[in-house]
Design a protein around this ligand. Structure first.
Ligand code: ATP
Ligand code: MG
Length: 572
């Protein structure tokens, strides 16, 4: 049994890097503020698919609760019926599970609390703390004032309690059209915090809700919903992003005025990544305008997109743990996320050989019809992954890039007269080339040294390059999709006047290669399987892959720019 007032993480829990939210929890456990309880929630609005920014929030909420032996609820913040859909609810449930977290049956919806919220609104009207206002949205904004000017009271601010109760009841009964009236909290039009200048609590919206159907035609605002939902569920630490800092006084005001249990809101920094947009609204625009193939396009920063791309939940969790949390917003290098993906895949991905842009090689002195099974290591990082046999024969494919007829200086790969090692194969030397009518090299001829079986020369002679290859007769054909950043600008929101963020889309973000040649062990690989193609990067089988027509996504190339940056920084 874990001693909940003990700030030390329970045995076996990940201790993780220190962060200020954890420090607050440790302190609260010390003072007994919540009786040693830790109960968090992840509150997505079901108006789009989750992205890597949400993963930061999920890992923080579930991770901290787990560390302190507490609980985490999944709660859909579904107060906006016009933008919300069941498809999004289902995808969010799936994505949180995939990331590796479980809410143990505590799945809630803000819409579960609509009746209670209505009662609470009535309670505030009766206490003279809320009123029905007939100003339009534009008028409310005008009356609100600005950061430098105080607001003006609504002409409806002093309606009697009886009239307010009657009008609010009739708002609920559907007597008034959309936007004609609101229920507002009566707080302080002179407050320096604009959120406290009589914020709207309820609006009229004759719209069908994905769960409550047409039961309601008035809907509570986020601010009037969130704190009370937290309170109802006994949340201790209500962790949200920094843009809600100015809403905290209102969060506190509602639960205090209602006299209900008071959770603590704590704000942390949103995740921002270079070359990436993390806004559901903008991601939806990409999907709706068919600028990507869907929410799960492997170029999207959505969890379903990066899952399809080949990212692992472990890599994402390690990334989120590694970046920690802070009280100021910043932008992280996308390369840093990719670094965590590589680090994880390096440990688990089986090595295979595949040729993306094939060049035919004929080994003239290798016996026609002979096939040898060469032994190849599955993962040098993991001896338990064992070895496999890769067929070697007289006709092979190598990468076009691995041959130059006129090699520049320092080009150590294959060229006429040069010897290289075929990985797990033999040493070969290029003897001649065959060109087509246009003068393009279409085939090269080589000789091999039979004494170098397995790729080692008994006389100890060295070659400067080891290249990958696939036996032509045994290769499987595949489509391989290579990806670059979705946007060309570090900050995709930075545009010329009159331009949309879509002007920054990278026209080369997807390159489709057909007729790639892969070693035969990849035949029948299941969608989602991940591999390292030697020298080329990490790849995974795409969901569009079919028997006999395999499709692979490049998850990430091997070159680790982040590791380089880190090394350079350390060297300073
Ligand atoms: P978006 O701007 O993408 O629509 P949102 O904040 O409106 O995001 P919600 O569904 O309301 O999306 O988010 C659920 C939770 O995830 C909230 O607590 C929110 O603060 C958090 N969250 C959303 N985006 C990020 C991000 N980029 N980094 C960290 N947390 C995030
Ligand atoms: Mg939101």
């Amino acid at each position: 049994m874990t001693n909940l007032s003990d700030p030390v993480a329970p045995a076996g829990a990940p201790s993780g890097p220190s962060n200020f939210v954890r420090d607050i929890i440790v302190e609260d456990n010390k003072t007994g503020k919540f009786g040693g309880r830790v109960h968090t929630r992840f509150p997505p609005e079901p108006n789009g698919y989750l992205h890597i920014g949400h993963a930061k929030s999920i890992c923080l909420n579930f991770g901290l609760a787990k560390e302190f032996g507490g609980k985490t609820n999944l709660r859909f913040d579904d107060t906006n019926p016009s933008k919300e859909e069941t498809e999004y609810v289902d995808s969010i449930i799936n994505d949180v599970h995939w990331l590796g977290f479980d809410w143990e049956g505590r799945l809630f919806y803000a819409s579960d609390y609509f009746a209670q919220l209505y009662e609470w609104a009535v309670q505030l009207i009766k206490a003279g703390k809320a009123y029905v206002c007939d100003l339009t949205g534009d008028q409310i904004r005008q009356y609100r004032g600005t950061l430098t000017e105080p607001g003006k009271g609504s002409p409806y601010r002093d309606r009697s309690i009886g009239e307010n109760l009657d009008l609010f009841e009739r708002m609920r009964a559907g007597e008034f059209p959309d936007g004609s009236r609101t229920l507002r909290a009566k707080i302080d039009m002179g407050s320096p915090n604009l959120n406290m200048r009589d914020p709207v609590m309820y609006r009229i919206l004759h719209a069908e809700h994905h769960r409550t159907g047409n039961q309601w035609c008035i809907y509570p605002m986020y601010d009037f919903t969130h704190g009370q939902s937290d309170s109802t569920e006994g949340i201790t630490h209500s962790i949200c992003t920094l843009e809600f800092e100015d809403h905290r006084p209102l969060y506190d005001w509602y639960v205090e005025q209602l006299g209900i249990y008071h959770p603590q809101q704590i704000e942390f920094d949103r995740l921002n990544l270079t070359y990436t947009l993390l806004s559901k609204r903008k991601l939806l625009a990409l999907v709706e305008n068919k600028l990507v193939s869907g929410w799960d396009d492997p170029r999207m920063p959505t969890l379903c997109g990066i899952r399809r791309r080949g990212y692992t939940p472990e890599a994402i969790r390690n990334f989120c743990a590694g970046i920690g949390v802070s009280k100021t917003n910043g932008i992280l290098e996308l390369a840093m996320l990719e670094h965590f993906v590589r680090e994880d895949l390096n440990k688990r991905a089986l090595r295979v050989m595949g040729v993306l842009r094939p060049l035919k090689v004929v080994i003239d002195n290798y016996p026609e019809g002979q096939v040898e099974e060469m032994e190849a290591v599955n993962n040098p990082e993991d001896a338990s992954a064992g070895t496999r046999k890769v067929p070697f024969s007289r006709v092979l494919y190598i990468e076009q890039d691995d041959f130059r007829e006129d090699p520049p200086k320092q080009y150590y790969r294959l060229s006429p007269g040069k010897e290289v090692r075929l990985r797990y194969g033999y040493f070969i030397t290029c003897t001649s080339v065959v060109k087509d009518a246009a003068g393009q090299v279409v085939e090269i001829h080589c000789s091999y040294d039979p004494a170098t079986h397995g790729g080692n020369a008994p006389d100890g002679r060295k070659v400067k390059a080891t290249i990958h290859w696939v036996s032509a007769a045994h290769a499987i054909d595949a489509e391989v999709r290579l990806y670059e950043n979705l946007f060309v600008k570090e900050n995709p929101n930075e545009t010329e006047p009159g331009q949309e963020f879509t002007a920054n889309l990278n026209p080369n973000s997807l390159e489709v290669l057909r007729g790639c040649k892969l070693e035969p062990s990849l035949a029948g690989a299941d969608a989602g399987n991940r591999y390292q193609f030697e020298r080329l990067g990490y790849f995974c089988v795409d969901s569009e892959s079919a028997p006999g027509a395999p499709v692979f996504n490049r998850t990430v190339a091997l070159r680790d720019t982040w590791a380089k940056i880190e090394k350079r920084e350390k060297g300073k």
